[in-house]
Write a protein that binds this ligand. Structure first.
Ligand SMILES: Nc1ncnc2c1ncn2[C@@H]1O[C@H](COP(=O)(O)OP(=O)(O)OP(=O)(O)O)[C@@H](O)[C@H]1O
Length: 950
C-alpha cells in the first residue's frame, strides 16, 4: 500500500447574475487537457495545476464520473470528498445538487446510486450493510442532522476504532430512497443564515458519512469502507459576506475550522512540521483520517470565474494547490479471516525468532563491549529495523489496534523522544474521551441554560414590554382617575360649600323672618299703644251734620215742589167739588160722552201716576237700605282706621324707645325696616280708605242723581197734574159755556167718584210724599254723615302727619328712615345674594349631577378598559402558554422522532450482492433477486419511508 496524493479537482461555475450586474468578466482560461488554469487576477495572476478542471459547462455527471473513480469503499478503503470554496461558488451544487433532478443531482446522490448499484451487482457471497450519518459542525459544535436534538456531540478516539463522533446516529439503510430521505431530512435541519453574498449561504460544515461493511460469507472476512462527503462552509473573508454582530462571531469560529484545515494542510505539506494540529478544530479532528491518513481523498475546489471574485478565486486556487501535495496512506480496512490470521501468526513467530536471535547477538556483543573488548565493525550485529517497523505498522491496525494518529505521533521524529507506552496511550485516550464527554455535557447544559436564558429573556422582554405598555396605560388611567377624583373632590367641596352657604342663608332668612315677625308684632303693639284717644265731639259733630243737612235739603227742596203740586191737585179737587155743587151736568150726550172720555183719561193718568209713585217709593226704600249698608261699611272703615292708627302709634313709640336704648346698631335697621313697612301699610290703608270714601262719594253722587231723577219725575207728575187740572178747567169752562148743569145723574156720580178717587189719591200721594221726604232726609243724613266721617278721617290723617312732622319726631323719623333705608339696602342685598346663591346652587347642583354622571361614565370606561386590559393580558398569557405548549410539543415530537429514528436505525439491513437482498432472519426469495436494483429496496424500505414521512 503506497502513499497517494490527495486528488484535487477544480470546478468553475458560470457567472451569476450579481457578477454580471457588477460588470464582472471571466478571468480564467484553461489548457486543453483541463488540468491547468490561468488566472488573470489583477493582484495575483498565475497558473494553477490540478488533477482535473471543470469549467462552467461541465455537467454534474462529468464531475461525478471523474471524482467517483477514486472512490473504492466497496473494497474497504476509506474515501473523502471535500468541497471547498467561497460562498456561492457551487459547493452544495456540486455535492448535493438537486436530488430530484436526474440532470442536476450532485455527487452524493450519484455516489449513493452507484454504491447501491454496485452492491446489487456484487457476487452473491458478499453481504453488505450500509449505514449513514449526517452531521453538521456549526460554531465548533457537532450537531446530528438526523437527530437534531443532539446538537453538541463530543469527538472520541479509541484504540481500534479511531476518531468518531460519540452519540451520532447511524441509520441503517437498505435502498437509495432511504438514503435520499435521510439526506433530505439532514438538509432541512442545516443551519442556514442569510448573508449578502448568497441568499442561502451555508455557514456550517456538513459531513455526510456512508459506511459500508462487506462480509464475505465464504471465508468470513470483513471489509469496512467509510466515505465522507464534506460540504465546507464558505471560505471567503468575513468582510465580504457583510456579516456583522452574531454572524461575525460565527464567521470567526467557521474561519477557525477552516484555518485549522489550512494549518493541517500546511503541516502535512511543508515537510518540516513535526506536529499536525488536527486537534485544533472539530473539523480537522473528524477529518483526521482524510488528511494524510487512511483515506483516498478528493478535494473539489469551487471557484467563480468572474473578475468580481478574483481575490477569493485566487485564494481558493492556492488552497487547492497546497492540498494537492498532501500524501495519504490509504489501506483496506479488513478483518482478516482465520487462515489469514494463521499466516500472519506464522510470519510473526518467524520474525520473533529472528528478533530473538538478534537480541542474543546484541547481548553477546554488548557483553564484549562491557568487558572492555572491542568488536570490529564488520562483526556488529545488523538490526533490520525497517522490516520490524513495517511489520509492526502493518500488523498494528489488526493486531495491536494502535490508532493511526498515534502512529503518526510515534513516527514523528520530534515526538518520538518520549514515546508513549500503549497503556499510557489508552489511558490518555480514555481520559481525553471522558473529558470530551464532560465538556460536551457541560456545553450542552450551557446551551440549555443559554436557551433557557434566551427564552426567559424573550419572555422577560415581552413581559417588560407588556408591563411598560400596561404601566403606561395604568399611568394614563391613574392620571385620568386622579384628575377625575380631584375634579370630583373639587365639585364635592364646592357643593358642600354651596350647601353650607344655602344653609346659612336659610338660617339668616329664618332669622330675618323671625325678626320681621317680631317687628310686625311690635308695630302692632305700637299702633295699639298710639291709638288716639277718642274725642268727645259728638255735639259738634251733630251740629255740623245738621248744618250740612240743612244746606243739602235747601239745595233741593222737594217739599216745595210737592206742595205746589199738591196745592194744584187740591185746587182741582175743590173745583171739581164746586162744579158738582154749582153747575148742572151736561145734557148734550156728545158732550157727556166727551167728558166721560176725558174723565176716563184722567183716571188712567192717575192710575199711571200711582204706579210711578209706588215705583219711586220702592226705589227710595232700596236707596235707604243701601245707605244703611254704606253706613255700616263706613263704620267698619273707621274701625279699621282707628286700629291702624293705634298700631302705628304703638309701633312708633316702641321704635323710638328701642332706638333710644340701642342707638345705632342692628336694631336701627330693623326699626327702619319696620317704619318702612308701617308707612307702606299705612299708605295702603289710607289708599284703601280713600278709595272707600271715593266709592262712598260715588254712591252718594249716584244717589244724588237718583234723587234728581226722582225730582224730575215729581216735576213731570206735577206737570201732569197741571195738565189734569187744565183739563178739568177746560171741562169746567165747557160746562160753564153751555150754562146748563149736567142733567145726567150718572155723570155727576161719575164726577163724584172721580173726586173721591182724586181725594183718595191725594191722601195716598200725601202719605207717599211724606214717606219720600223721610227717605230723602235719611239719605241726606247718611251722605252728610259720610262726608263728616271723611272729613274726620282726613283730619286724623293730617294730625298724624302733623304729629310726624314735629321736630323730634322728624329727627327720629329721619334717623329711622336712614336706618330703614340701610336695612332695606341690606335686605335687598341679602335678597339678591340669596337669589344669586339660589341660582348658583341650582347651577352647581346641575353641574354636580352632570359631573356625577360624567364620573360614572368615566368609571364605567375605566372598568371597561381595565376589563379589556385583563382580557388582553389573559389573551397574551393564553398565547404565551399556547406557544410554550407548541414548543414543548415540537420538542417532544422531535424527541419522539429522534427516539423512533434511533430505534429503527439500530436495525441492520444487510444487502446481498448479485441483486439478492437479504433481510436478517429471513430467507431471500428467488424472485427478489431478479428484481431491478430499486424494486426490492423499495419494498424493504416501505416501512422506513412511511416512518420518515410521518
Ligand atoms: N456549475 C454550476 N452550474 C450552474 N449553476 C451553478 C453551478 N455551481 C453553482 N451554481 C449555482 O450557484 C448558486 C450557488 O451555488 P451553491 O449554493 O452550491 O454555492 P455554495 O458554495 O454551496 O454556497 P454556500 O457556501 O453558501 O453553501 C446556486 O444557485 C447554484 O445552482
Amino acid at each position: 500500500m503506497g502513499d497517494t496524493n490527495i486528488r484535487v479537482v477544480c470546478r468553475f461555475r458560470p457567472q451569476n447574475k450579481r457578477e454580471i450586474a457588477e460588470g464582472g468578466f471571466h478571468i480564467v482560461s484553461f489548457d486543453d487537457d483541463m488540468t491547468s488554469v490561468k488566472c488573470e487576477s489583477k493582484e495575483y495572476p498565475g497558473t494553477f495545476n490540478f488533477d482535473r478542471i471543470f469549467d462552467w459547462g461541465a455537467t454534474q455527471q462529468d464531475v461525478f464520473e471523474y471524482s467517483a473513480s477514486s472512490i473504492d469503499i466497496m473494497n474497504g478503503y476509506n474515501g473523502t470528498i471535500f468541497a471547498y470554496g467561497q460562498t456561492g461558488s457551487g459547493k452544495t451544487h456540486t455535492m448535493m445538487g438537486d436530488m430530484e433532478s436526474n440532470e442536476f443531482k450532485g455527487l452524493t446522490p450519484r455516489i449513493v446510486e452507484y454504491i447501491f448499484a454496485t452492491i446489487l451487482n456484487s457476487p452473491s457471497n458478499l453481504e453488505f450493510t450500509v449505514k449513514v450519518s449526517f452531521m453538521e459542525i456549526y460554531m465548533e459544535k457537532i450537531r446530528d442532522l438526523l437527530n437534531p436534538t443532539n446538537d453538541n456531540l463530543p469527538v472520541h478516539e479509541e484504540k481500534g476504532r479511531g476518531v468518531y463522533v460519540k452519540g451520532l446516529l447511524e441509520v441503517f439503510v437498505g435502498s437509495v430512497e432511504e438514503v435520499f430521505e435521510a439526506m433530505r431530512r439532514g438538509q432541512s435541519a442545516r443551519v442556514v443564515a442569510y448573508t449578502n453574498m448568497n441568499a442561502e449561504s451555508s455557514r456550517s460544515h456538513s459531513i455526510f458519512v456512508l459506511q459500508i461493511t462487506q462480509k464475505n460469507l465464504n471465508d468470513g472476512s470483513i471489509k469496512t469502507g467509510k466515505l465522507s462527503l464534506v460540504d465546507l462552509a464558505g471560505s471567503e473573508k468575513i468582510g465580504k459576506t457583510g456579516a456583522t454582530g452574531q454572524t461575525l462571531e460565527e464567521a470567526k469560529k467557521i474561519n477557525k475550522s477552516l484555518s485549522a484545515l489550512g494549518m493541517v494542510i500546511n503541516a502535512l505539506t511543508d515537510g518540516k512540521s513535526s506536529h499536525i494540529p488536527y486537534r485544533d478544530s472539530k473539523l480537522t479532528r473528524i477529518l483526521q483520517e482524510s488528511l494524510g491518513g487512511n483515506s483516498r481523498t478528493t478535494l473539489i475546489i469551487n471557484c467563480s470565474p468572474s473578475s468580481f471574485n478574483d481575490t477569493e478565486t485566487v485564494s481558493t486556487l492556492r488552497f487547492g494547490m497546497r492540498a494537492k501535495t498532501i500524501k495519504n496512506k490509504a489501506k483496506i480496512n479488513a478483518e482478516l479471516s482465520p487462515s489469514e490470521l494463521k499466516a500472519l501468526l506464522k510470519k510473526a513467530k518467524l520474525e520473533v525468532t529472528e528478533l530473538e536471535g538478534q537480541v542474543a547477538a546484541i547481548e553477546k556483543e554488548l557483553s564484549l563491549w562491557r568487558a572492555g573488548q572491542t568488536v570490529p565493525e564488520s562483526e556488529w550485529v545488523k538490526i533490520s529495523a525497517s522490516s520490524t517497523t513495517a511489520a509492526a505498522a502493518e500488523a498494528a491496525p489488526a493486531a495491536d489496534g494502535i490508532a493511526p494518529a498515534l502512529l503518526d505521533i510515534v513516527a514523528s521524529k520530534s515526538v518520538a523522544a518520549v514515546p508513549l507506552e500503549n497503556d499510557e496511550r489508552e489511558d490518555f485516550l480514555r481520559r481525553e474521551n471522558e473529558l470530551a464527554d464532560q465538556l460536551a455535557e457541560k456545553e450542552r447544559e450551557l446551551e440549555q441554560q443559554k436557551k433557557l436564558v434566551e427564552s426567559l429573556q424573550e419572555e422577560l422582554t415581552f413581559v417588560k414590554a407588556r408591563e411598560a405598555e400596561v404601566t403606561q396605560e395604568n399611568k394614563q388611567l391613574s392620571a385620568n382617575l386622579t384628575e377625575m377624583q380631584l375634579q370630583l373632590e373639587k365639585i364635592l367641596f364646592e357643593n358642600k360649600e354651596s350647601l353650607i352657604t344655602v344653609d346659612t342663608l336659610k338660617e339668616s332668612k329664618v332669622e330675618l323672618e323671625r325678626e320681621l315677625e317680631s317687628l310686625k308684632k311690635q308695630i302692632l303693639e305700637l299702633q295699639a299703644a298710639k291709638l288716639p284717644e277718642p274725642v268727645d265731639d259728638s255735639g259738634e259733630k251733630e251740629k255740623k251734620k245738621q248744618e250740612k243737612m240743612a244746606q243739602m235739603m235747601a239745595e233741593f227742596d222737594p217739599t216745595a215742589v210737592m206742595d205746589d203740586k199738591e196745592k194744584q191737585m187740591r185746587e182741582t179737587l175743590a173745583k171739581l167739588t164746586h162744579m158738582k155743587e154749582t153747575s148742572q151736568p151736561p145734557t148734550d150726550p156728545t158732550e157727556i160722552a166727551a167728558q166721560h172720555y176725558e174723565l176716563l183719561d184722567v183716571k188712567t193718568q192717575l192710575a199711571h201716576q200711582q204706579v210711578q209713585m209706588s215705583e219711586l217709593s220702592d226705589k227710595v226704600s232700596s236707596t235707604a237700605s243701601e245707605l244703611s249698608a254704606l253706613r255700616a261699611r263706613k263704620e267698619e272703615v273707621e274701625a279699621k282706621l282707628a286700629a291702624l292708627e293705634s298700631e302705628y302709634e304703638q309701633l312708633l313709640e316702641k321704635t323710638i324707645q328701642e332706638e333710644e336704648q340701642h342707638f345705632g346698631g342692628e336694631i336701627s335697621s330693623v326699626v327702619q325696616d319696620l317704619k318702612s313697612k308701617l308707612e307702606v301699610q299705612y299708605n295702603a290703608k289710607r289708599e284703601a280708605q280713600e278709595k272707600e270714601i271715593d266709592e262712598l262719594q260715588a254712591v252718594a253722587t249716584k244717589k244724588d242723581e237718583e234723587i234728581a231723577r226722582l225730582q224730575r219725575l215729581l216735576a213731570e207728575k206735577s206737570k201732569d197734574a197741571d195738565e189734569f187740572q187744565a183739563t178739568i178747567e177746560s171741562l169746567r169752562k165747557a160746562a160753564a159755556g153751555t150754562g146748563a148743569a149736567p142733567a145726567d145723574v150718572g155723570s155727576s156720580e161719575e164726577i163724584e167718584r172721580m173726586r173721591k178717587t182724586m181725594a183718595q189719591q191725594l191722601i195716598e200721594f200725601d202719605a207717599m210724599k211724606k214717606k219720600l221726604m223721610r227717605d230723602l232726609q235719611n239719605r241726606c243724613e247718611k251722605v252728610v254723615e259720610l262726608e263728616i266721617s271723611l272729613d274726620e278721617t282726613r283730619e286724623q290723617y293730617n294730625n298724624i302727619l302733623r304729629n310726624s312732622n314735629s321736630r323730634a319726631q322728624q329727627q327720629k323719623m329721619a334717623f329711622l328712615e336712614r336706618n330703614l333705608e340701610q336695612l332695606t339696602n341690606v335686605q335687598k342685598q341679602l335678597v339678591e345674594q340669596n337669589a344669586t346663591l339660589k341660582k348658583d346652587l341650582a347651577v352647581a347642583e346641575r353641574k354636580l349631577l352632570t359631573r356625577n354622571e360624567r364620573i360614572q361614565n368615566l368609571e364605567t370606561l375605566l372598568q371597561d378598559s381595565q376589563a379589556k386590559i385583563e382580557m388582553q393580558n389573559q389573551k397574551y398569557e393564553a398565547q404565551l402558554s399556547a406557544m410554550r405548549e407548541k414548543i414543548r410539543q415540537s420538542q417532544a415530537q422531535q424527541a419522539d422522532w429522534g427516539s423512533s429514528w434511533v430505534t429503527s436505525s439500530r436495525i441492520a439491513k444487510p444487502l446481498r450482492g448479485g441483486g439478492a437482498a437479504h433481510v436478517a432472519g429471513e430467507d431471500a426469495d428467488e424472485s427478489d433477486m431478479a428484481d431491478p436494483p430499486t424494486t426490492p429496496s423499495s419494498k424493504r424500505s416501505s416501512w422506513y419511508i412511511s416512518l420518515l414521512k410521518k
